[in-house]
Ligand binder design. Sequence first.
Ligand code: 5GP
Length: 201
Amino acid sequence: MNKGILIVVSAPSGCGKGTILAEVMKDEKFYYSVSATTRSPRPGETDGVNYHFLGREQFEELIKTGGMLEYAEYCGNYYGTPRDKVLEKINEGKNVILEIEVQGAMQIREKCPEAVFVFIAPPSVAELRNRLEKRGTETPEVINQRVSEAAQEISFAYRYDYVVVNNILEDAVNDFISVIRAEELKAENQKNIIDEVLKNA
Ligand code: 5GP
């Protein structure tokens, strides 16, 4: 069996990243890595499903003992990827998705150069603003803040391998799946199959 692929996904909020990943995750060959965070759960979030909600001390202990594959401080809270589960699932042949922000993504770039980096972008900043306004959950000030943060985050897109623009959801999902399929078909990821074919030559 070939090992799974480590996929790092980043996107500014309001890009529809959650909706795209929910579609992708319908295929069982993907495993979504549940991050740890010190931020408080939002209404409707469940411990162990959306995040592992930890205290600051617990989180810092995990950093010290090497339990985090990467971590970052974002808006005053820690966010990090628990290492063991990710490695276990990759070895089981699953494609593991890390949905993380840019600083964490760049740490993975250093530690796991074989990982695939996908940035999800909105079709335009105007459209992003439009979506955030339609969602109606934020005040105009927060929307302005999110839009300017998003513009800054989008400037990091060049550090990723692929950019998927979420204009039409179905197209974005297909683009994402195509990227991963192409990665699976890379010769270096097909070693077991090539060896198998050659065994009977
Ligand atoms: P939120 O608080 O809205 O759930 O997430 C805030 C940001 O933290 C998002 O950009 C999200 O992708 C990022 N994030 C979530 N989990 C992790 C993680 O394990 N590591 C890093 N570096 N960022 C994360």
